[in-house]
Design a protein around this ligand. Structure first.
Ligand code: 5GP
Ligand code: MN
Length: 353
């Protein structure tokens, strides 16, 4: 397999040594984990179990639960190795991390992306390894670090790291479905961020037995009906397109509740308006506890990342980013949020022209 230039021999040797000598490992990924976060965490967990039997304990530590749309990927034995701060509280996870002699951080570039787990991660004295494809990693925290944004996903990068660690392309079968799931979701089913090496990695995973048909069925043909009912409502009467070509959809809690929406049900909504010719940027704002969560997608020439950093306390990738609009005790109306986003995007486009 072609190896990404960010996977250096010395870093692989160092990571291999860390895995050989570790007894308790924590795998950490971002809050509200998506297919890439869960896929990479699970592949890492299963790889450690299969290749490093001297590791006594290895767990995936999550801030919030995985969405039900990704649960299909879990085996029963994985479930006992996952701890969720939103379910157990942050304390037991902090205790687990304090006893770790190695932390592997996946699909996030800074501890501030892992919610309640942030301080335990920052305070830990254990070596921290980063495997990630976001921009601007907090590099001083990690050693070794495998980081590039020239790959589709953390799962693609991890596939390369696993091959390099074992010195062969024989990725264990049980890692293949999680890795393919993350590559599939982060590329929006091979619509974006597909590099020549991405398809080589996928080819390898398919040769090793990854079950692409089952993965696609679980991801894209198993949604609850309420997702499409809400999508219809939003596209019909909840979509604003500004003269500048910013498409904006705002989903408040009242509407979410009326449709019975659960976490994960609106995954990918932000991509839909980009299909409209004159839309350059799509913004999806969803009300959450104390904030509106913001998802941003853009077409080349318009930086979703710059907008996320400047206006939404967030970041991500050049064309796919996220962030938030926090609010205090008085909850803004849907129209107030819409006006605010129109103002931000107008200002953003004006600054560019
Ligand atoms: P999504 O819109 O799918 O939630 O996120 C798109 C991209 O933006 C992902 O790569 C994700 O990691 C990143 N992202 C989402 N929310 C945030 C955030 O609050 N802060 C930062 N730095 N990145 C985010
Ligand atoms: Mn990712």
């Amino acid at each position: 397999m072609v190896r990404s230039t960010c996977i250096k021999d010395a870093a692989i040797a160092a990571f291999g040594k860390q895995l050989e000598s570790a007894r308790r490992i924590g795998i950490i990924t971002h809050t509200r984990p998506d297919g890439d976060a869960i896929g990479s965490s699970l592949a890492m967990l299963r790889f450690i179990r299969s290749r490093y039997p001297r590791v006594e304990e290895c767990r995936i530590l999550l801030d919030t639960s995985l969405p039900s749309s990704i649960e299909f990927i879990l085996h029963e034995e994985d479930c006992t190795s996952i701890m969720v701060a939103a379910v157990l509280g942050a304390e037991p996870i902090g205790e687990y991390i304090a006893g770790c002699d190695l932390l592997v951080v996946l699909d996030m570039n800074t501890p501030s992306r892992c919610g309640e787990i942030e301080s335990s991660l920052r305070n830990s004295k254990a070596p921290k390894v980063l495997i990630d494809h976001h921009m601007n990693p907090e590099a001083e925290l990690f050693d070794p670090m495998f980081s590039t944004n020239e790959l589709s996903s953390t799962c693609e990068l991890l596939a390369g790291v696993l091959c390099a660690l074992q010195g062969s392309d024989d990725i264990p079968f049980e890692c293949c479905d999680p890795l393919l799931t993350g590559i599939t979701t982060d590329t929006n089913n091979f619509a974006n961020s597909v590099f020549p090496a991405t398809l080589e990695t996928v080819s390898l995973l398919l040769k090793r037995g990854a079950r692409r048909d089952e993965i696609l069925y679980s991801l894209y043909n198993s949604y609850p009906e309420r997702r499409f009912r809400l999508m219809g409502r939003l596209l019909d009467s909840g979509l604003t397109i500004t003269e500048n070509g910013a498409a904006i959809m705002v989903l408040d809690s009242e509407t979410s509740e009326a449709f019975g929406i659960e976490e994960g049900d609106t995954e990918g909504f932000v991509n839909i308006p980009l299909g409209i010719g004159r839309v350059r940027l799509s913004v999806f704002a969803k009300q959450d506890a104390g904030e509106y969560r913001i998802s941003l997608r853009s077409k080349p020439g318009c930086s979703a990342n710059a907008l996320a950093v400047k206006y939404f306390q967030g970041g991500g990738h050049e064309l796919a980013s996220g962030g938030k609009i926090p609010f205090g005790p008085s909850v803004p109306t849907k129209d107030e949020i819409l006006s605010l986003i129109i103002r931000y995007t107008d200002e953003f486009f004006q600054a560019q022209s």
